[in-house]
Design a protein around this ligand. Sequence first.
Ligand code: GCU
Length: 658
Amino acid sequence: MLKEYDCWLQKRKIGLTIKIPDAVYVQGDSEIITQAAKEYVNGIQRLANVTPKIETKKTANSSLPKAWLGLISDMEKQALFSNLAAGAEGFVIKIADNNIYIAGKDDAGLLYAVFRFLSLLACGKIKDNFEISETPASSLRIINHWDNLDGTIERGYAGNSLFFKNEKIVYDSQRIEDYARLLASIGINRISLNNVNVRNRAKLLITEVYLEQLAELAAIFRRFAIRLFISVNFASPRDPGVLKTADPLDADVIKWWKECASVVYKYIPDLAGFIVKADSEGESGPFQYDRTHAHGANMLASAVKPYGGEIIWRCFVYNCQQDWRDKKADRAKAAYENFKPLDGKFDDNVILQIKFGPYDFQVREPVSPLFGALKKTRHIMELQITQEYTGHQIDLCYLPFMWEDIMNFDTGEKSIKDLIKGFAAVVNTGLDNNWTGHTLAQANLYGYGRIIWNPSLDAKEIAHEWCALSFGQNETAEKISSILLKSYPAYEKYTSPFGICFMVTPGLHYGPNIEGYEYSRWGTYHRANVKEIGIDRNETGFVNQYAKKNADIFSDPKKCPQNLLLFFHRLPYDFIMKNGETLLQNIYDTHFEGYDEVLEMLEQWKRLKKNLDNAVYESVLSRFERQLLNAREWRDQINTYFFRKTGIGDSKGRLIYD
Ligand code: GCU
């Protein structure tokens, strides 16, 4: 039976496919290697109910078959896997003559190798003569928390913060260790704990008020090869009693940040660096001083450089005071316009973090044209695991389904999976016992780690893997996997149609409010009238930010992928779609279908009752019931809205309220 807290690291006696040796020989005694050995022993206990004895050089009894854990370069029998190559943080695993060889390219690689071995064992894949080598596709595999010091989480749907409460650092160290274990098991190697909107006392996280405790947290993550980032406020030097300015070219400001870095690194010598949200949604930034973002980022980069630190600079910079009357302005163009001209002007320890789409984590957006356009600046992609716009972890929405599309997007030169060597994602975890609110939303956290480790994995494989690890290798797991795979298309169908975006309740971002953002300052309009809907992005020039090959596709409504049609085009309701039906009819169809698909998922879930732990069954069931109400609201509000605009009913005669 599933223990929600344990996620994909369930204690379950599996049918063993190899003989597990009585001893594990551990070569090396670094903190991470020691942790890797513990994970091996605990993992074997959890899956096979036996406890391998740890041997080291001093205690080794050499004649019997063993599990051998160490670095590839230290392994005596290196020749055994000389045909297997592994790069940084990579590993090899080989089974030969009843011995198990688990070897990392480096310490982190060994830890990942142990976790991979255990999950392959749990999935029944480890057999005699099995061998595998892996290297992560991305070197930066980051989790961003948006946790506030008062314990709330911006866009959090799974309880309060794991780290903060009442303006203090408050945590359960066992829980943080369990969290670090979960993250390391899917290859995460960096984490930021505090919200990118760094307000009030969160600004003091880089001071001695909090650093001692932050260092204690860093120490837990360090054992799992995870390094901390801290989100900082660009205007901190300007706080009362400090300086009068935060101008990045001001000598006192430069000095202030250098001193700040020297204090921070005294406490956390391996701090990965700072994350900055500047000139964005009300946060201060270099624009206030007529400086560029390169000035701002480079100034901070030089402060952390002596310690090997890096600056992650977010590209979520746009005018959030737009006038809806102004049809020339196009928010979608902002990231490219702000950062493309600065390409090559950033220091080498600056990394730009770009949201995957030009807007803001919508259900369907094109990949941002900034990917592929930046040639001389390090940059990574930002995803959102927390379901801000994808159902608040009430609605089931299996995100790897969309991430797979992103990975395969060809920027014109290369696909994202070949081009991008780092990812960050806003995480969906909190203090809820199951970490993610909706138990099945654990699949999104798991899927994030897996797909950025190996972007050639598809959403289906990941779903199968997660289900098998969570529920066991059985028919129930298969059925849950098929529910997961239905969930994204269903969500997409009952919410904003064909890439139109932002028909959500303003502020909250759950449930429909079709004109909620229409007359607002946020720059996200659909401009529906009685004849047509959408923004013509040929006209705004957004399409031309893409490489020619993509611009040609997106600019033509006949070639544009249908799920993005209304992102790029303003079209009449009688526009004929690929299936020969009108756009309007397609809107009706998808909304009826989306609701029906939720109903079907709910029924499928009910049929699994007898095979599931009751608490898990009930909690997921109640979420499906709420999702059904949400889908009904979306379906009916969208259909009624367009019916009222057009006066044209559903060609299939289904009920649309007038
Ligand atoms: C979205 C989100 C905010 C968040 C922002 C960001 O706009 O709604 O809560 O602060 O993204 O990414 O910085």
